[in-house]
Write a protein that binds this ligand. Structure first.
Ligand SMILES: Cc1ncc(COP(=O)(O)O)c(C=O)c1O
Length: 395
């Protein structure tokens, strides 16, 4: 069955402005059920959690439902879902509780800075996994020489947010586990682009951000609750010491958490499916991935055939994410030119700090990123390609 792109697009009110939203890797638009869930939570009345009255009970239920939804999305345990404002904040919190001077951590130059700096700043000794700058691959073989009995943790992304590279996380995790190290997988870019099974990846921790998959600006990290029991983050004397609550600081954005659940339900229902929500998510996200990759084949072939365009990376397994430069034009100029044509793309290093450094373009403005998500269609791709084609010879 073809992906029902018209029906999917119709659920996103923002798409009615006629822009080609190719900026999804920096944050997706939000479908009507998510907007409604958040508005309804506020309209109905919500209180802080743990109180004696109905509005508080509603927030208790919202939090529990959100943990269950995120667990379904990534194949995790609801009792090990940590919720917070974004992935960066949660990762800083976990990093400072997990690693420190005397430990070793293995980091990759493929990763977004949010899965790098929180670990380097713990004071642990850092060992670097390098990226092949031509292919954009993260070779697994190097990990055997990087991991040893002092390795506390290996942090690696499930997909690069600029090149789209999907490294062989299960193989890296196996090496890490053989040495007794933990594996922290950044799933922020990967999660919206296909089915996720954090256990199959070998992730002890799987981080994701709802605003990359049609939800509000909320982050989550999922882990085995038994592992979380062994970790003691800084916390207030007065706040709950239970798992997962002791990892969550302050008062949560309860209405937004209801929006997260609605986003997961939306993702599960993009194509008709049977079974429980987890099963429907696997079906629906596989269909979305197929849709994205079919469009991406057109997008990347179009860019690669333009003589005035340099495309970075050519990884074998990737998300529908292109990163490119146009001869004679700064990335910002390209983005501004496309914006005038109603095409939204991102420009810059996109926080892929180590990777843009390795590619030698961090100090020259990075490049242009155009990414597809499930709500993009062929016209979005055509408009991008026509816009970039117009820049030929106009330096
Ligand atoms: C791959 C990746 N990791 C981490 C982050 C940081 O996520 P957050 O904004 O939730 O802190 C991003 C955000 O763009 C990302 O793309």
């Amino acid at each position: 069955m073809p992906f029902p792109i018209k029906e999917v697009r119709a659920t996103y009110p923002a798409l009615a402005d006629g822009h080609a939203y190719l900026d999804g890797a920096a944050g997706t638009q939000v479908p009507r059920p998510v907007i409604d869930a958040i508005a309804t939570a506020y309209r109905t009345g919500i209180g802080n959690v743990g109180g004696a009255f109905p509005a508080s009970h509603r927030s208790d239920a919202i939090v529990a439902a959100c943990r269950a939804a995120v667990a379904d999305l990534v194949g995790g345990n609801p009792a090990g879902v940590l919720l917070g404002p974004n992935m960066t904040t949660l990762t800083y919190r976990l990093a400072s509780a997990i690693a420190g001077p005397g430990d070793e951590v293995v980091l990759s130059r493929l990763d977004h800075d949010a899965n790098v700096r929180p670990w380097t700043q713990t004071g642990a000794t850092v060992r670097w996994a390098e990226v092949d700058p031509v292919t954009g691959e993260l070779p697994v073989e190097q990990y055997a020489g990087l991991i040893n009995e002092r390795t506390r943790l290996v942090a690696v992304t499930a997909a690069s947010n600029i090149l789209g590279t999907r490294p062989d996380v299960p193989a890296i995790a196996e090496l890490a586990h053989q040495a007794g190290a933990l594996v922290y997988v950044d799933g922020v870019h990967a999660t919206p682009h296909g089915p996720v099974d954090m256990r199959a990846l070998g992730a002890d921790f799987y981080a994701t951000s709802a605003y990359k998959w049609s939800g509000p600006h909320i982050g989550a990290v999922v882990a085995d609750p038994a592992l979380l029991e062994t970790i003691r983050p800084d916390k207030l004397a007065s706040s709950l010491d239970t798992v997962p609550e002791r990892f969550e600081t302050g008062t949560a954005a309860f209405a937004d958490l209801d929006g997260v659940t609605a986003a997961v339900d939306h993702l599960a229902a993009m194509v008709p499916g049977t079974g429980n929500r987890r099963e429907r998510l696997l079906t629906s996200m596989a269909a979305a991935e197929e849709h994205e990759l079919a469009l991406f084949a057109v997008l990347i072939a179009g860019l690669e055939t333009m003589p005035h365009v340099t495309v970075y990376g050519k990884p074998a397994r990737r998300t529908a994410t292109a990163y490119f430069n146009v001869t004679g034009h700064a990335p910002r100029q390209v983005a501004e030119h496309l914006a005038k044509l109603g095409v939204n793309v991102w420009n810059g290093h996109n926080y892929a700090w180590e990777l843009t450094g390795a590619l030698g373009i961090r100090d020259t403005g990075g490049a242009v990123r155009a990414g597809l998500v499930h709500y993009n269609d062929r016209s979005d791709v055509d408009r991008l390609l026509e816009g970039v084609a117009r820049l030929e010879g106009h330096s």
